[in-house]
Design a protein around this ligand. Sequence first.
Ligand code: GAP
Length: 447
Amino acid sequence: MSADVLENLVSLAKRRGFVYQSSEIYGGAASVWDYGPLGVELKRNLQDRWWRDMVRLRDDIEGLDSAILMHPKVWEASGHVSGFVDPLVECKNCKRRFRADEPALKGEPGSPQAQCPACGMKGTIGEARQFNLMFKTFMGPVEESAAVVYLRPETAQGTYVNFLNVQQATRQKVPFGIAQIGKAFRNEITPGNFIFRTREFEQMEMQFFVEPGTDMDWFQKWRAWRMEWHLGLGLARDRLKFYDQAKEELAHYARAATDIHFDFGGSLGFAEIEGVHNRGDFDLTQHQTVSGKRLEYVDQPNNKRYIPYIVETACGPNRTLLALLVNGYAEEKVEGEEEGRTLLRLQPALAPIKAGVFPLVKKDGMPEFATKLAAEMRQRFPVFYDESGAIGRRYRRQDEVGTPFCVTIDGQTLQDSTVTIRDRDTLKQDRVAADRVTDWITEKLSS
Ligand code: GAP
């Protein structure tokens, strides 16, 4: 992302109520962010789209909402206690810590040539050691090792331990999936790039249980479907690409993995917004062994029993939201006007506010007409009523937050009950009967 676009986006996000730094009045909590009135709408619209496409529109995927805190044995079985680590180095001079593979770190850690990317001293970077990314806390009132629990670093494990509960309750047959949206926590060594890498974030994950031997076919299918889904959000085709992980890059659980990368531009460039993983039978076998409970699927008609393989799709709504902002952000000249405009080209269905409603002037009954119309429209979708300032300014304020339509009540409205609807992208104005406006906009919101 070019420094300017990121800076502009961070400032727009704060000014207009998309994203604020957490605990800002205390100087901020590092790399933790709060979503304001428009941010929460946009994030919810994105999550609702995922839930609709992954759960509601399919009869082979069920929903789940498992808890963040789980039995600590889950994380031993899953390999996270021993294997969810990043190599960490520390500068003996400035005490700053970095990932050992941080590109700005020059020289081999522990050697006299190693140079600290923060203070610039040479020979002060110690040898790399493994740092576990899970947050630890205590369950109950006693802070002792027996009470240690972890904040989950992925939603997936909550799905695996519920695999048979869901399968038996729904009578689903393999192949089928379980989807969930929820918080995850990772004590990242180097978070950053605004909301791209944070220590608290959300995941939209789906685990698809398949018969062993069919796993690579399903992996290929999900890889393609998930790319189509991102294109369907309006992300530009040339900003999206697959990144197939090489064997040595694979996580401890994966047999194959492809990331979907979005081009954020500037120094971040192409970076992961979703991972599609073939996890084989690693997770269910581990949970079966450690818990001592059978986690096999019984295929009665075919007289088979087996531990299903799992194909996982793991998408981050925070990163995808950032991708939508970067993808949609534009600064444009407007013909006949000195001041240009900033706009967010968000799909109408994803935009936080669907319509601005403006009386042209604050008299002649226009505000009354507009207020009544806005109240009717609000029954169906979020509307912003604005009567302050010049009409051009009101349009600009909505362009900047991605509002696709602006409805203006003018002199003609009082004569024939028609209003204008201005399109954010084309600037074209249609004149529509006021009692048709809600339906007219609702039609444009279906995607
Ligand atoms: N269950 C598999 C799993 O967690 P992952 O590739 O580590 O896979 C999946 O994470 C997605 O979660 C990523 O593609 C990304 O969108 C999001 N994600 C992971 N770590 C993140 C972080 N520190 N901040 C924001 N999003 C993150």
